[in-house]
Design a protein around this ligand. Structure first.
Ligand SMILES: [Zn+2]
Length: 296
């Protein structure tokens, strides 16, 4: 830890935070732990609570701990420290301590190409311990990731909690500025230079719907496209999108073929038809959209 200096005595907290794989943790200020209000409710979750608390604060235990119980107390102390840590990093002091780590890229950065090494923020999906290990949130793509090293896979997500990432971004608006400076672009597949139509199963619209359906109609569209080709309600101008094989006269015929196929006759088409299919087509109005799925 940066805050640790060699002339200070080695405390349990600084030892814990410098252990291998514990570099996501910040050192919780002892004053925070000494305030009973901050520990409300933890006594019922953590076994050997009193002994664990004494261990964390390097205090002489009031009652001697049986040597057989020592590993259990040590384990309880780690759990207790983690749960206190989740509360501490929501305080101003804790947020600033985490911000230092964030700026030093201690939590790693997003592997997604268009996120351009956006720094991760640690996050837990659950506030109860023992449910899931820590995940890493990317503010640019709004996705969560597993840490890239197995050394972090035994760190409980509850030690960071569900609220931290949101509060952290509120506290430090420059993160939003970092996000604004990055592109929101998604990689789009092309075939012979043409974009794949957005309604194709592998096309961007359906990918996008899977990610963020915004209203009931889109939810319905997403649900329907599992079984059939969805009808596009909004009349977006798709200039530049792929338009079949470039021959408008063939489009109607291909659409009819698709309609026939969707009626359950898709297995009796000959191979030539299958070769023609494979690319999504759309008529001139953009509201009678159809597609083929024979590209594997
Ligand atoms: Zn990302």
């Amino acid at each position: 830890m940066e805050t640790y200096t060699s002339d200070e005595p080695d405390t349990w907290i600084s030892q814990f935070c410098t252990q291998f794989g514990h570099d996501y943790f910040v050192e919780v200020a002892p004053e925070f732990i000494e305030d009973d209000f901050n520990l409300t409710g933890l006594g019922s979750i953590v076994p050997y609570y009193r002994q664990a608390l004494d261990l964390i604060l390097d205090m002489e235990p009031e009652t001697t701990v049986d040597s057989n119980d020592l590993p259990l107390v040590e384990h309880a102390a780690e759990l207790l420290y983690g749960l206190i840590h989740a509360r501490y990093i929501l305080t101003k002091q804790g947020l600033h301590a985490m911000a230092e780590k964030y700026e030093d890229t201690c939590f790693g950065s997003c592997p997604r190409y268009y996120c351009d090494n956006m720094n991760f923020i640690p996050i837990g999906r659950f506030d109860s311990p023992g449910v899931e290990t820590v995940r890493l949130y990317c503010p640019n793509c709004n996705d969560i990731y597993l840490p890239n090293s197995s050394r972090y896979l035994n760190i409980d997500g509850a030690f960071f909690g569900t609220s931290f990432a949101g509060l952290f971004m509120k506290m430090f608006p420059e993160i939003n500025r970092q996000v604004q400076a990055r592109t929101k672009e998604q990689f789009r597949l092309k075939i012979f230079g043409f974009k794949i139509h957005e309604t194709a199963p592998c096309g961007p619209r359906v990918q996008w719907l899977r990610a963020t359906p915004r209203n009931q109609n889109q939810l319905l569209e997403l649900k329907n496209c599992e079984f059939s080709i969805p009808e596009i309600k909004d009349n977006e101008d798709d200039e530049g999108e792929i338009n079949g094989n470039g021959n408008d006269e063939d489009d109607d015929e291909i659409i009819k073929d698709t309609e026939r196929e969707s009626d359950g006759e898709d297995d009796d088409g000959d191979e030539d038809e299958e070769l023609d299919d494979g690319i999504v087509v759309e008529d001139g109005n953009g509201d009678n959209v159809s597609e083929m799925m024979s590209i594997v």
